[in-house]
Design a binder for this molecule. Structure first.
Ligand SMILES: [Zn+2]
Length: 99
């Protein structure tokens, strides 16, 4: 039999597109059905993005994503610089052979 998948199609609130509800139903008694949603509306998906169960403003999401990527890159650079500095301090002050 296997896992079953199906999709329900609901009208978007704007009346022009659709909201899709995807259902995944495993064929074992210990798993629950899993639901995911998709905003299938050309008009509304310009403004909104569906993430983690909520509609989020697309422009705010993309700005946040851009800043998060920049922050990650800067943090990575800082960690690299600090790691080299710590290695140098350890080499000079801790592991150096006394004269
Ligand atoms: Zn819509």
């Amino acid at each position: 039999m296997g896992t079953e998948y199906w999709t329900h199609k609901y009208p978007c609130l704007c009346g022009k597109g659709h909201i899709l509800e995807h259902v995944e139903s495993p064929d074992n008694p210990w798993s629950k059905d899993r639901y995911s949603y998709e905003l299938a509306c050309a008009e509304c998906s310009k403004i909104w993005i569906y993430r983690f169960g909520y509609l989020e403003n697309r422009a705010a999401y993309e700005t946040h994503k851009l800043w998060s990527e920049r922050q990650f890159k800067v943090e990575k650079e800082i960690r690299s610089i600090c790691s080299h500095a710590i290695d140098q301090i350890l080499a000079d002050k801790v592991f150096a052979v006394p004269n």
